[in-house]
Design a binder for this molecule. Sequence first.
Ligand SMILES: C[S@@+](CC[C@H](N)C(=O)[O-])C[C@H]1O[C@@H](n2cnc3c(N)ncnc32)[C@H](O)[C@@H]1O
Length: 243
Amino acid sequence: MSNQKDLLYSDLLGKISDFSFDESVASVFPDMIKRSVPGYGAIISMIGMMAGRYVKRDSNCYDLGCSLGATTLAMRKQINQQGCRIIAVDNSDAMVDRCKKIVEDDSSQVPVEVICRDIQDVEINNASIVVLNFTLQFIDPEKRQGIINKIYKGMLPGGILVISEKLSYQDKDIQNLFIDMHHEFKKAHGYSDLEISQKRTALEEVLIPEDIETHKKRILKAGFSSCDVWFQCFNFASLLALK
Ligand SMILES: C[S@@+](CC[C@H](N)C(=O)[O-])C[C@H]1O[C@@H](n2cnc3c(N)ncnc32)[C@H](O)[C@@H]1O
């Protein structure tokens, strides 16, 4: 995996364009996400553990918005059933090209298909595990229910959906505190105030966080029997839903 340091927002930019998962982001992505998302490493390895527990024989496991395949590799390591395959999907060519190479270099045996496609256009079927690890937040909120409904329909009974997201809060004090703590986290990991502020501007129209109630309501409306938060650090959380 690339070990390049994320310096994308370190110089003062005249014009800040909307954030996109292009080649420059793909080339620094492991460093960027580790220093930007509190708990990212723990979430990835725990998703691997959940995959080991919930995967069913002869089923599909989906990693939707796979980026460089960190979740895919964590699941691949733990999948212990015959006849399974992982389908990793991302609509960024830069991410998919790199992800394919990373998967090729990984020695685990579970078949992996890496597909460059919008997750809205991906068919989900025979799924025992579906993961949206910090992906749904980049989808138009109007389209989110349709995606969760489609995932539910394509899942096997007893399957799990994992959704990790940046959250928003109605309570202004909590909202401000968590945003502040997140910035402290980024500063503690070497980002300057300029980097934090320029990246925040770039993401403003692109990453649309929702509150936890909105997520839970949508998941239950799709038909899942239960859902709850299994991990949280400040305004970053991961939910588990059971079919
Ligand atoms: C924050 S990254 C996800 C990180 C990754 N799941 C992981 O655990 O390392 C979000 C990814 O979602 C992808 N993405 C955003 N919108 C998408 C869409 N509509 N269809 C497919 N992929 C999408 C982006 O290209 C990006 O690679």
